[in-house]
Each structure stands twice: as structure tokens, then as C-alpha cells.
Design a protein around this ligand. Structure first.
Ligand code: SAH
Length: 280
């Protein structure tokens, strides 16, 4: 027997010893039951685009919840013996409802686990990261958020398309492609501004509608556009066309998700600045 409690016992001060032991046990209990959630951006695909902080937390986690956009290369870097839970996320095929994911994060953390919520790109850009941590905050569960390289930055870099450029675009906008041409919340006239690059996430299904609406609101039909398929990965492919023609180009090809749609004069730079060679 060693330590302060043992000494007290040997000195006959059993009551004091018991107190010390009780506080020790309580402290251990607390560190065991206090779980934590790491909401981590896994980037657009290439595992080398992870942050060091993302990697460190990925190697600490006891359990990981991930969805379809997290690349295999990134998943390989998660702690080997961590439990893996696929929570899906395809338009029609939700392996798990959003509310259930939110609740599962809470439940796992309450069991004392270090929970990694790993998302493609950046968790706060079209990633519902905000919704997932709201419930954690309500339940007083500690969490941290690690930004990731969002698809717009990753795909633009790997396609050699600067999102802004003094000669072509003074601003850039990230817009969801899940929009209706008559949606009052969409500022079509603003999106038609020729000095602004627009990046549409989730834009493949609505591609024709998006192009037609932009032209209807005054953006030139000859505006160059790029559709980037599986950006930053070995399967990356870049289709270049203009607002008038891209929908037909895409219709004539087999296109693989995920794809990102970039609209604006900066796309002209791709021809000179492309550098990344995928195996496609
Ligand atoms: N949180 C993510 C976006 C989630 S929305 C991020 O910050 O990147 C999902 C959309 O992201 C897809 O429909 C697609 O438009 C885009 N996307 C994500 N990864 C991509 C990739 N590697 N290549 C092309 N588009 C991608």
C-alpha cells in the first residue's frame, strides 16, 4: 500500500483516508463520464488537405460518425480501433435521419466517449454542422469545431481556377444548388453580376435551371463555367463550357457525384493554370 490514503490508514486515521479515496473515485468517474464531440472537416477528398488538428483528433476518437462525402483516404487515417458508424447522406438514401444523428452524438458523448463527427469539406458550409452542435450545446456537452477545406477552395485550387482575380472577379459567392427558379429567397439579379464568381454546391440536378435563370436575369450566355467532378481526388475531371452549353455537355456524359459548378470569367484561367494531374 502506497500513497496519501495508505499513510493515513497506517497512522490510524481511517476516516480521513476514506475521504481521500472517495474524492479520487469521484474524479475518475467524472473524467470517464465526460465525453466530448469533435466536429471535424475532412476536406474535399485528398487526405493531405486535412489540418493537423483534424488528424490529431481523428487519432484520439473512440467512435466516428461519417458520411458519404468523407473519402476513403481520409477514413484510413482514423484511429484503427475506433468504432465506425456510417450515417449516410444522399438525397434520397439517408442511412440515418438528421435528428437521429444529432441525438446519437449526445448519447455517445454521455457514455463518456470521444466522438468524432467527420464531415466532407468544412462542417459549417452546407454541412448542417450548426444543427448538430446545437443539441450538444443544449445538453452541455463539450465540443470543438475544426474547419476543413471546403469543396469550393479545394476544387478551384486543383482545377487551376482562382475564385477571385483582380481582372475578372471582385467577389465570390457559395450558393446551394437546391433552389427553385421562382424561390423568392434567391437573389437572381445579384447572382447575375458579371464581376462575381458563383460556386454552386449540390448543383448537378438543377444545372439546366440554374443556367437558364442566370441568363434570364442578365448574365451573359457566353460566361465560362466549369463542372468539377470528384475534385482533388485521383478521379478528378473538369468539364469546361459556358452557361448556354454546359447542360447539354453534361447530359451527353456520364457524370459522377460529387460535382461542383463554378460560374464566372475566372474559369478562363483554367486553360493556363491547370496543374493537377488525376489518373482520369
Ligand atoms: N461541407 C461540404 C459541402 C457539403 S454539400 C464542403 O464544405 O465542401 C455537398 C456538395 O459539396 C456536393 O453536392 C458537391 O457540390 C460539393 N462537393 C463536396 N466535395 C466535392 C468534391 N470532392 N468535388 C466536387 N464537389 C464536391
Amino acid at each position: 500500500l502506497q500513497g496519501p490514503a495508505a499513510e493515513l490508514v497506517l497512522n490510524g486515521q481511517e476516516e480521513a483516508a476514506e475521504k481521500i479515496i472517495a474524492t479520487e473515485i469521484a474524479r475518475e468517474d467524472q473524467s470517464i463520464t465526460q465525453g466530448e464531440v469533435y466536429l471535424v472537416g475532412g476536406g474535399p477528398g485528398d487526405p493531405e488537405l486535412l489540418t493537423l488538428r483534424a488528424l490529431r483528433l481523428m487519432q484520439q476518437a473512440d467512435v466516428v460518425l461519417y458520411d458519404r462525402l468523407v473519402s476513403d483516404g481520409v477514413m484510413e487515417l482514423v484511429r484503427r480501433d475506433a468504432e465506425r458508424i456510417y450515417v449516410g447522406k444522399r438525397r434520397s438514401e439517408h442511412a440515418m435521419q438528421q435528428e437521429n444523428i444529432n441525438q446519437l452524438l449526445v448519447d455517445l458523448a454521455k457514455q463518456g466517449k470521444r466522438v468524432l463527427r467527420l464531415k466532407g469539406g468544412d462542417p459549417f458550409i452546407f454541412g448542417r454542422g450548426g444543427e448538430e452542435i446545437e443539441l450538444l450545446a443544449q445538453n452541455h456537452i463539450p465540443f470543438q469545431v475544426v474547419p476543413g477545406i471546403t469543396a469550393a477552395s479545394g476544387c478551384a485550387a486543383y482545377a487551376g481556377i482562382p475564385l477571385t482575380h483582380r481582372d475578372y472577379a471582385q467577389s465570390v459567392r457559395f450558393v446551394t444548388g437546391h433552389l427553385k427558379s421562382n424561390d423568392p429567397n434567391v437573389q437572381w439579379p445579384e447572382l447575375a453580376n458579371p464581376t462575381q464568381t458563383i460556386v454552386f454546391y449540390m448543383g448537378l440536378l438543377g444545372l439546366r435551371d440554374i443556367c437558364e435563370s442566370l441568363v434570364a436575369h442578365g448574365r451573359a450566355a457566353t460566361t465560362p463555367v466549369a463542372l468539377i467532378e470528384r475534385g482533388t481526388t485521383q478521379q478528378q475531371r473538369v468539364l469546361i463550357a459556358d452557361l448556354a452549353t454546359i447542360a447539354d455537355v453534361v447530359a451527353s456524359q456520364e457524370v459522377h457525384a460529387p460535382t461542383l459548378f463554378i460560374v464566372g470569367d475566372v474559369v478562363k484561367l483554367h486553360e493556363n493554370l491547370k496543374w493537377f494531374k488525376s489518373s482520369m
